[in-house]
Ligand binder design. Structure first.
Ligand code: SF4
Ligand code: F3S
Length: 104
């Protein structure tokens, strides 16, 4: 599966949702997540994210992000249409430890 990771938080560019063939992105207040069981591993969303926040779970230390994506995708509404990024997107892009500092 692919998962959304730290750098989406407080950016939420949403370019990713338009290309997903199975509509498996879900929207929270300041980040998106992918449902790991619905993702078909096509990989087309990865290069679409301006914040480089989408990663394959084959990369090291991805377990926590798979769990994070699974947990919230089961509670948040699906999102299939691009919308404006969060107003904080530019200044927050690339900041460290956003999950600990800013996730709500
Ligand atoms: Fe959707 Fe493909 Fe990205 Fe999975 S890898 S979230 S199926 S676009
Ligand atoms: Fe987030 Fe990137 Fe999509 S910032 S909303 S994963 S385009």
């Amino acid at each position: 599966t692919y998962v959304v990771t730290d750098n989406c938080i407080m950016c939420k560019y949403t370019d990713c949702v338009e290309v997903c063939p199975v509509d498996c992105f879900y929207e929270g207040e300041n980040t998106l997540v992918i449902h790991p069981d619905e993702c078909i591993d096509c990989g087309v969303c990865e290069p679409e994210c301006p914040a480089d926040a989408i990663r394959p779970d084959t990369e090291p230390d991805m377990e926590k992000w798979v769990e994070f994506n699974r947990k919230y995708s089961e509670n948040w509404p699906v999102i299939t249409r691009k919308k404006d990024p969060l107003p904080t997107a530019e200044e927050m892009d690339g900041q460290a430890d956003k999950l600990e500092k800013y996730f709500s």
